[in-house]
Design a protein around this ligand. Structure first.
Ligand code: HEC
Length: 127
């Protein structure tokens, strides 16, 4: 009878140990994930390093060459700065009313890409 109680108590302690170990692992992973999601560096954005690659990936397929879509070329600094300065760059990628949503007929840019472009504009559209 005494033995049985001791075994039961040690099983309980072992069980507690596993529960806390497993739940702490769970929270470790959760923290890592949360950091990964929130991480979007928007410090010191420049056209060359940060904005141009986004344009090349999502925009210049239509907005470059001899007949750019909507007659709006977006393949160099001056051209993208022009769209930034007149508000159409942010208007289109943020799907603001009054602007044609871009990239046309494709999923929206992700939040980090949109935040980087807004930061670039707010920081003075550096080349
Ligand atoms: C599949 C082709 C295509 C892609 C990709 C595309 N555009 Fe466009 N874009 C167009 C067309 C066509 C127009 C002319 C207006 C319309 O038909 O909606 C246009 C118009 C625009 C305009 C002017 C619209 C307005 O309301 O002032 C801007 C600014 C613009 N695009 C920016 C972008 C940006 C930035 C990207 C990338 C994130 C992009 N576009 C990707 C085809 C495209």
């Amino acid at each position: 009878m005494m033995e049985f109680r001791i075994i039961r108590r040690s099983l309980f302690i072992v069980g507690l140990f596993f529960l806390t170990t497993i739940s702490s692992c769970y929270y470790d992973n959760y923290d890592d994930l949360a950091v990964g999601v929130d991480k979007c560096d928007t410090l010191s954005m420049t056209y060359t390093v940060n904005v141009s690659p986004i344009m090349t990936q999502y925009c210049t397929g239509c907005h470059s060459g001899n007949a750019p879509a909507g007659n709006i070329p977006l393949s160099n600094y001056v051209q993208v700065k022009t769209a930034a300065d007149n508000g159409s760059l942010e208007g289109t990628i943020q799907h603001k009313s009054g602007y044609s949503p871009m990239p046309k007929n494709q999923p929206s840019l992700n939040n980090c890409e949109i935040n980087k472009i807004s930061a670039w504009i707010n920081q003075g559209t550096q080349n």
